[in-house]
Design a protein around this ligand. Structure first.
Ligand SMILES: [Fe+2]
Length: 206
């Protein structure tokens, strides 16, 4: 009987950088809540790949419903990993208007920092999970995308540069239902040097 074979090396959760525990307006408890979920996504990803490698293909329909469930859950877990790794990495800075190359891109594609912020905030207020500023390689421009969960709705061939978590765990401990104030705090802690490091690493042209 055929088996699905995956080269499924395990990955480990990245460590939190210490400055994340001392953000301005986002508490240590909130960051720890994200981190706990993030560790869960890493474990889930490893577990699903192990299970996929053990699937025995047969003509039974049950096998396809298992494969479907594993593959959908895998996108959720990997989305949760990638989204949080961006979130953790680009917080810990002093916020303010975008600087450097990403500032140039935002000026060009949104008409300025204020317009970019307004659009990202509106996207974050409208979303159920995430708002991302991503660079679309086909259109060669930035866009603010909306996400309802860890795996909806990224699009192909776009690279996220800002990941704003708006799940309830991101703000409820610090702001209860006042999501808008949490989004302001998020913006105040962005590290533009980290984001510019990605623009440079991915060779996004300004
Ligand atoms: Fe989170």
């Amino acid at each position: 009987m055929a088996t699905l074979v995956f080269n499924h090396e395990e990955i480990a959760a990245r460590e939190l950088k210490p400055e994340l525990l001392e953000l301005d307006g986002i508490s240590r408890a909130s960051i720890e809540a994200h981190y706990k979920l993030y560790e869960g996504y890493v474990n889930k990803r490893n577990e699903i790949l192990r299970k996929l490698a053990d699937v025995e293909l047969s003509s039974a329909n049950q096998v396809y419903s298992d494969v479907r469930a594993f593959k959908v859950d895998l996108t959720f877990a990997i989305g949760g990993i990638k989204n949080h790794e961006i979130y953790f990495e680009h917080l810990g800075g002093g916020g303010g208007d975008p600087e450097g190359a990403v500032g140039t891109l935002i000026e060009r594609d949104f008409g300025g920092a204020e317009a970019w912020r307004a659009d990202l905030k509106a996207t974050g207020m409208a979303a159920r999970g995430w708002a991302w500023t991503a660079y679309d390689w086909d259109e060669q421009r930035l866009f603010n995308y909306l996400g309802d969960t860890q795996n909806t709705y990224p699009i192909w061939n776009a690279t996220p540069l800002v990941a704003l978590d708006v799940y309830e765990h991101a703000y409820f401990l610090d702001y209860q239902t006042d999501r808008a104030s949490y989004i302001d705090a998020f913006l105040n802690n962005l590290d533009w040097a980290v984001i510019n490091g990605w623009v440079s690493k991915y060779q996004i042209q300004t």
